[in-house]
Ligand binder design. Structure first.
Ligand SMILES: *[C@@H]1O[C@H](CO)[C@@H](O)[C@H](O)[C@H]1NC(C)=O
Ligand SMILES: *[C@@H]1O[C@H](CO)[C@@H](O)[C@H](O)[C@H]1NC(C)=O
Ligand SMILES: *[C@@H]1O[C@H](CO)[C@@H](O)[C@H](O)[C@H]1NC(C)=O
Ligand SMILES: *[C@@H]1O[C@H](CO)[C@@H](O)[C@H](O)[C@H]1NC(C)=O
Ligand SMILES: *[C@@H]1O[C@H](CO)[C@@H](O)[C@H](O)[C@H]1NC(C)=O
Ligand SMILES: *[C@@H]1O[C@H](CO)[C@@H](O)[C@H](O)[C@H]1NC(C)=O
Ligand SMILES: *[C@@H]1O[C@H](CO)[C@@H](O)[C@H](O)[C@H]1NC(C)=O
Ligand SMILES: *[C@@H]1O[C@H](CO)[C@@H](O)[C@H](O)[C@H]1NC(C)=O
Length: 517
């Protein structure tokens, strides 16, 4: 029997059968690859995407970041006050007429870019605004009547000052003929007009407390290279930090609010976010004029230009909620109570103490009574007034955005100053704007589609092919082997049986013959 088994092994390892062993090994390899693809492919694709999005000098993504190939647009809607005299003299509600949009086409560029040793990039943001007559509903020369923001800021601030100071203020305003409403063109309101009060302040106020300008304009100085030096993480060292601000003008924390959590500025500028965004992710946006991080949460899946799917992120109602509705916001009210009403954000602390409150346009997601303090403001509509950013979740790139904010002035009544004695306590809407991008150029979106849609398809195809081919080969090889070895062993057994029986018969024959003798 021992000799027989050896023979069988020899047969199995013969050249013909070795081939089948090889096939089995190959099939097992395929199956192993299939398992690797199942569990490892996504991770590899992730690594490749992370490598591609990180801002390395010379990389394509770096070029797109430094000079975005998008056409951002700033649309401005101004509330023209049509009954200023009656409002002041007869105590009627202010009647507002929403004018616009006044549309500016923007171009963005980062300048003085420096790559630091520690995986950060420092730069200044340059923006230019070109007025677009065709897209606008009105001209930059349209004359509007709006509250005199520098004056009402000064009077509102003087509320808690000594009485003689208020009286002095009143006589100065008398001499300078300053009125609570100004008649200016839209261009002046946005880009600056000479304000007698600011001019005076520049001359008399000690140097340290000086306001930085003598002109007043809502977007004054924005049509240029920003003096703010921003340092962001490039994502080369840690992709989770990609695009997040490390330092803004050399500091990592805001000085305005009462707790460290509210003083964080480690968000992005809104054009990029750390990649691999899920529906549970909270995105953080930082803008200097917003004075805080704006948290954005997932709302829904959307389809953007060139059929690129994206996630819509939008601020929740909690963000600008009153302290009563969201106690976490108490840190944004360092000198309260009273704190800002529901749906408003007090940026006074970072706007030279001007009583400026931000809200969403038409007080979207705010207290509805705010809108009823004035006449002529239509109820908020989500499509027109919501703030949102649509992002490509795997890469963290913004595909479409509508940053919509309304600027309001919180006026306090000051009886001692006769010019404003009749100006009641009111939150007065001035204007609202929408800074938006509609989509990315096809050059980028086609790459994006390639990078996000091909890998999952490739993965499932590859998995399918590997598993099916592997399993088939294995099946065939094993079947053949089993058949073959079975045939061989039966052959052996049969011949053995024949042989032994022949021997037995011979023996028996011999024995019987022997007995006979
Ligand atoms: C703004 O309102 C004032 C006062 O009613 C009016 O004279 C002026 O024409 C309005 N401006 C525009 C652009 O409609
Ligand atoms: C103010 O109201 C009075 C009556 O209540 C009216 O006679 C007067 O014309 C109003 N003034 C203005 C500027 O509309
Ligand atoms: C990285 O280096 C820059 C320039 O030296 C510095 O301003 C920044 O604070 C550093 N950031 C970190 C996180 O070390
Ligand atoms: C902004 O500056 C550019 C030149 O840098 C100029 O052409 C453009 O008219 C300016 N826009 C406004 C709104 O002033
Ligand atoms: C343009 O503005 C006028 C008021 O100034 C308004 O009645 C009209 O609906 C606006 N048109 C568009 C297209 O917004
Ligand atoms: C900002 O930094 C704090 C702590 O330094 C951290 O807890 C928080 O998650 C960071 N936020 C973002 C958006 O990275
Ligand atoms: C998102 O959060 C929900 C509940 O908070 C949880 O059940 C789910 O697993 C989370 N999804 C991811 C992708 O983290
Ligand atoms: C806004 O904040 C300032 C201090 O930063 C405070 O004096 C003012 O009363 C606040 N305004 C409102 C309407 O809460």
């Amino acid at each position: 029997m021992h000799g027989n088994r050896n023979k069988l092994c020899a047969k199995l390892s013969s050249a013909f059968l070795r081939k089948w062993w090889f096939v089995i090994a190959f099939a097992l390899c395929l199956l192993l690859c299939g398992i690797l693809v199942t569990f490892g492919f996504t991770a590899i694709v992730k690594l490749v995407i992370d490598h591609q999005v990180a801002l390395r000098p010379g990389a394509q993504s770096f070029g797109w970041w430094s000079k975005p190939p998008v056409e951002p647009m700033m649309k401005i809607y101004v509330y023209n006050v049509t009954n200023a005299d009656e409002f002041l003299n007869n105590g009627t509600k202010p009647i507002l007429d929403e004018l616009g949009p006044y549309v500016y086409v923007e171009s963005w560029e980062k300048v003085d870019i420096v790559h630091n040793e520690n995986g950060t990039i420092s730069f200044n943001q340059k923006k230019t605004f070109i007025f677009n007559e065709e897209l606008s509903n009105g001209s930059e020369d349209d004359v509007v009547i709006v509250p005199n923001i520098p004056m009402l800021s000064a009077t509102s601030q003087s509320k808690h000052a000594a009485r003689f100071l208020r009286l002095a203020m009143a006589s100065i305003m008398d001499i300078l003929k300053i009125k609570p409403f100004v008649e200016v063109s839209v261009g002046q309101l946005l880009w600056g007009y000479e304000d007698p009060l600011l001019k005076l302040a520049k001359d008399v106020v000690p140097k340290e407390q000086k306001l930085p300008y003598e002109e007043f304009g809502v977007l004054y100085g924005k049509n240029s290279t920003s003096p703010d030096r921003v340092t962001i993480f490039s994502g080369v060292n840690d992709i989770k930090q990609f695009g997040i601000i490390d330092k803004y003008n050399g500091v990592s924390y805001l000085p305005h609010w009462s707790t460290p959590a509210c003083n964080h500025l480690n968000g992005t500028d809104g054009s990029i976010f750390p990649p691999h965004i899920t529906k549970n992710t909270t995105l953080h946006l930082y803008d200097k004029d917003l004075c805080r991080l704006m948290p954005l949460s997932f709302e829904k899946e959307v389809t953007t230009r060139n059929n690129v799917p994206g996630y819509r992120f939008t601020p929740s109602e909690k963000v600008f909620a009153s302290v009563e509705k969201n106690p976490d916001n108490v840190c944004f009210c360092p000198h309260g109570p009273p704190c800002a009403p529901h749906g408003m954000f007090n940026v006074s602390a970072c706007q030279y103490d001007s009583p400026i409150l931000l809200s969403f346009p038409h007080f979207y997601m705010g207290d509805p009574t705010l809108r009823l303090q004035v006449e002529g403001m239509t109820p908020p509509e989500k499509e027109k007034h919501q703030f949102f950013i649509d992002v490509q979740p795997e890469m963290g790139t913004s595909l479409r955005a509508r940053a919509r904010v309304q600027i309001n002035l919180a006026v306090s009544q000051v009886i001692d100053i006769k010019q404003v004695a009749n100006f009641p306590d009111i939150i007065f809407p001035i204007l609202w704007f929408e800074e938006g991008i509609d989509g990315l150029p096809e050059e980028i979106t086609s790459l994006m589609l390639l990078a996000t849609q091909v890998p999952p398809k490739a993965r499932s195809t590859l998995m399918l092919v590997l598993f099916i081919v592997g399993a088939l080969l294995l099946l065939i090889a094993v079947t053949c082997l089993v058949r073959r070895s079975h045939r061989q062993s039966t052959l052996h057994l049969a011949s053995n049986y024949l042989a032994t029986s022949a021997v037995d018969q011979a023996k028996k024959k011999a024995q019987s013959e022997h007995k006979r003798y």
